[in-house]
Design a protein around this ligand. Structure first.
Ligand code: SF4
Length: 419
């Protein structure tokens, strides 16, 4: 049987975090129920569509999946089990946010087969959590952590973010050590990216287009003062609305960010975590099988709003429009957008830059098996150049990033683009 991974998207959150550009939004109880009903309809349509596949992992992500009621999660899993063949040893993960987890929900997820929980903590400092716009403080995270362990969950991930506004090297070390001391099996550690369209972009992103062009003409003064003017204007508006104006600390400078990045691996190693992917660390045997599947380009099916899939050589994406999804979920073809048969060149590129994200690297023999050409034939000169630059290392059949290569992985990945 071929392996199939399922990703189930729950696009609801209590409140939008200030840095988040994921497909998620607050919604009332009625809307959430309508969505679950539509999703169950969608899942039922897949019956008999994957006769040669067995589901090896399920990942319920979002958004905040733990916002759903126990009965809603049970309905989704019931539909999945009735319409797919599930490996009895499947890894089944649900993403959870502190403040939305209860004992009753934990029991319901366990009964549904959930055996891995991924908790969004981000920082152990309350002022940083507040700055990020998170709905919880550190104590609420600890309450969730205790509930999760008391429920017997033995495979738990905690998400952390570095380089958040106002963070110092000292506070980042504190976040890493305090979290590692709790002993979760897995840690995902990302640097903050200021995404366009988020409140963070307003505060910390590039200046708007007209200001940027002034800047390019050398009028830096104007750019700075206009940005300051905007900030003062926003503060005045908050004050007029009776709100205590928020003071936004700056982002850590480049050198501090580099040190945070460097120290992360060292500190986590002290606590027994091995880095197995650029941003992921695990205790022995606890690497996330679902994510490994993405990087190894296993087939996956996305269920729900905005989810994407890779089946065979076909990549496709679901609509991000909730109205269309609710109206058409029962006919998956109607919610499908951006269907694309991947050209071989793109498959090769993905093989390289997804595979190289993993510390175990990629196999030359696998490349040949998939594409009928050797890696050297396709990437003439590239492998040699990157090795000479000390960014890649080749040992027999395996090609992987060096430490320097990991630090500037985006540069390395660009070298593998063929078009
Ligand atoms: S909880 Fe996660 S998905 Fe929801 S707004 Fe915050 S970062 Fe985004």
């Amino acid at each position: 049987m071929k392996e199939l991974e399922l990703y189930v998207h729950i696009p609801f959150c209590i409140r939008k975090c200030a840095y988040c550009d994921f497909l998620s939004a607050p919604a009332d109880e009625v809307s959430r129920q309508k969505y679950v009903d539509a999703m169950v309809q969608e899942i039922r349509c897949y019956k008999n569509r994957f006769p040669g596949h067995q589901v090896s992992t399920i990942f319920v992500g979002g958004g905040t999946p733990t916002i759903l009621l126990p009965g809603q999660i049970q309905a989704v899993f019931k539909a999945i089990r009735e319409n797919f063949r599930i490996d009895p040893e499947a890894e089944i993960t649900i993403e959870a946010n502190p403040g939305t987890v209860t004992e009753e929900k934990l029991l319901a997820w366990k009964a549904a087969g959930v055996n891995r929980i991924s908790i969004g903590l981000q920082s152990v400092r309350d002022e940083e959590l507040q700055m990020l716009g998170r709905i919880h403080d550190y104590q609420q995270f600890l309450d969730t952590w205790k509930l999760v362990r008391q429920a017997g969950m033995k495979n738990v991930n905690i998400d952390l973010i570095s380089a958040v506004p106002g963070q110092t090297l000292q506070s980042w070390r504190e976040t890493l050590r305090t979290t590692a001391e709790l002993g979760p099996e897995h840690l995902s550690v990302y640097s903050l990216i200021v995404e366009e369209g988020t409140p963070f972009y307003e505060r910390y992103g590039d200046a708007p287009e007209e200001i940027r062009s002034e800047h390019m003409q050398g009028r830096t003064e104007g750019r700075v003062s206009q940005k300051k003017f905007r900030e003062e204007e926003a503060a005045a508006q908050e004050e007029a609305a009776g709100l205590k104006p928020m003071v936004y600390p700056p982002l850590p400078d480049e050198e501090t960010e580099r040190l945070m990045y460097e120290e992360t691996e060292k500190i986590l190693e002290e606590y027994g975590y091995a880095r197995y992917e650029i941003s992921n660390y695990a205790k022995p045997g606890a690497a996330c099988r679902h994510n490994m599947g993405y990087w190894q380009r296993k087939e996956y099916l996305g269920i729900g709003l905005g989810s994407s899939s890779l089946i065979g050589k076909m990549r496709f994406c679901h609509t991000s429009d909730m109205e269309i999804y609710l109206a058409c979920a029962g006919v998956p073809e109607k919610i499908c957008e951006e269907k694309q048969l991947l050209p071989v060149k793109e498959e090769m590129e993905e093989f390289m830059f997804l595979g190289l994200r993993m510390m175990c690297g990629v196999r030359k023999s696998e490349f040949f098996r998939l594409f009928g050409m050797t890696m050297e034939q396709v990437y003439t000169g590239v492998l040699e150049k990157l090795e000479k630059q000390g960014l890649l290392v080749t040992r027999d059949d395996i090609v992987r990033l060096t430490k320097k290569g990991i630090d500037i992985s985006n540069y390395v990945f660009e070298q593998f683009l063929l078009s």
